[in-house]
Design a protein around this ligand. Structure first.
Ligand SMILES: C[S@@+](CC[C@H](N)C(=O)[O-])C[C@H]1O[C@@H](n2cnc3c(N)ncnc32)[C@H](O)[C@@H]1O
Length: 430
């Protein structure tokens, strides 16, 4: 009902104790045990779900004995106060119980009080990407119920947290260089909370795209190279045929005409390189670090294709020499595997400037955070800001990705779940 804040939990929430079946003691039908329900936690969650700002502020700031009151969790649902505040905005779905999707819209008053509550909680240090028992972050929940205004607030909080983590990594490097003093003076006061928050949750900026694999580990593992995929020794998908359309669009944008000079980093299945070759480039440099991929490239005759120069090794080791030799390119593409966001940022902040022609273009496989829509949206904004800071403009084009359900058989982890691929094209700023 419009204007009414719906409770996310039944109103008898204040009971000090509840009875429940204990399956470990005899017949669960007849044996009961008493458990304590933490009143503080329930009070905070209830105030969040009621969008009661005054009470919530009081509870979170002063009254609660809890050390991290803005991030308490309901033991049953795993809801944090942010989840509770957002779930309370869900339109009344008559048929929710029947499992059908509601078409009802969120009342503007509820949305407004939801916005205020979410803002308050974020100011009080609420974690933007904490997971509930349904594996949803507050942002996932907001998106699912169609509360896009709330979703955008959470995305912005995610961007702030991730940007801050990047900066702190920079500070850490400084401190390793014996500049510890400078670090502690410059560190923003809110930093530790945000860093702690993000550490507990689902995405971390400087983790590799697949957190289970490091670049060093990957490069030392042996690969299974098949017709439609490359897998590492743990069955992680390194490259898959379904990405061909993305590669095609990327190659078209990077090399609109024949006779240009192109550099591709990461050969993989050779899909993008095959498409770049179709544009008869004047020169076509390829950097590839994995010995199995290099062997396969040679077996398939890449070393004798027109204009092709293969560099065996990591781009981190190869690119400085190319810069020193004065090599420049009209187009550069970056698509590696098991590298961190920090590696990628080093690539475009440190290397591209020395390699790209003034009117050249560069692009990358935009797969960061693609296993969850909110992570994808956060990473896009983080990358965009860093790309601007490095002196480039970026243009995005959405490409629908077909349903990939059958694709993941035999692959350890579905690294792509979002509906649209956002294809980036970067140029020097005017
Ligand atoms: C996702 S695949 C590239 C797919 C390619 N775009 C295609 O169209 O088939 C990533 C490739 O990057 C390579 N790679 C990983 N880390 C690298 C690094 N540091 N330097 C160069 N190549 C790297 C991997 O061995 C792999 O062949």
């Amino acid at each position: 009902m419009a204007g009414e804040v719906r409770l996310w939990k039944k109103p008898d929430i204040h009971r000090k104790t509840v009875t429940m079946a204990d399956p470990t003691i005899g017949d669960p039908e007849i044996t009961f045990t008493q458990i304590d329900v933490d009143l503080d936690v329930q009070d905070i969650l209830l105030a969040a779900s009621q969008h009661d700002l005054a009470k919530l502020r009081r509870l979170v700031r002063t009254q609660s004995q809890l050390p991290d009151a803005a991030n308490v969790k309901d033991p049953e649902t795993g809801y944090s106060p942010l989840h509770s505040a957002i779930a309370a905005c869900e339109p009344e779905a008559n048929d929710k119980a029947n499992g059908t999707t509601s078409t009802a819209t969120i009342g503007s008053e509820i949305l407004k009080s939801g916005v205020d509550t979410v803002k308050l909680l974020l100011q009080e240090g609420a974690i933007w990407n904490d997971l509930d028992n349904n594996d949803e972050t507050p942002g996932c929940l907001a998106r699912r119920i169609g509360a896009m205004e709330l979703y955008d607030l959470i995305v912005d909080a995610g961007v702030r947290a991730e940007m801050l983590m990047n900066r702190l990594d920079g500070y850490e490097e400084l401190s390793n260089d014996e500049e510890e003093k400078e670090r502690s003076e410059d560190e923003p006061e809110t930093a530790p909370e945000l860093v702690d928050s993000a550490d507990q949750t689902s995405t971390v900026t400087n983790a590799p795209a697949n957190p289970e694999v490091t670049n060093q580990g990957y490069l030392g593992s042996s690969l299974t190279i098949q017709q439609d995929r490359i897998l590492d020794s743990d069955q992680n998908g390194v490259m898959m045929e379904w990405e061909r359309e993305i590669m095609r669009k990327s190659a078209e944008k990077l090399l609109p005409t024949t006779g240009l000079k192109v550099l591709n980093i990461g050969h993989g299945m050779g899909i993008v390189d095959g498409l770049l070759q179709e544009k008869a480039p004047a020169s076509h440099h390829i950097i590839e670090a994995h010995a199995d991929v290099v062997a396969e490239m040679k077996r398939r005759g890449w070393d004798s294709k027109p204009g092709v120069v293969i560099h065996e090794g990591r781009w981190q080791d190869i690119l400085p020499a190319l810069v020193a030799n004065g090599e420049t390119f009209d187009a550069i593409y970056y698509d590696t595997f098991a590298e961190s966001y920090a590696d990628f940022r080093d690539f475009f902040s440190e290397q591209v400037i020395g390699l790209l022609e003034q009117d050249g273009k560069w692009g990358f496989f935009n797969g960061m955070g693609a296993d969850r829509q909110i992570s994808y949206d956060v990473y896009q904004k983080v990358a965009e800001m860093d790309i601007f800071e490095a002196g480039f403009d970026v243009e995005w084009e959405d490409i629908p990705v077909p349903k990939l359900e059958g694709e993941w058989e035999g692959v350890r982890r579905a690294y792509w779940v979002v509906d649209n691929y956002r294809l980036p094209l970067c140029r020097f700023m005017d």
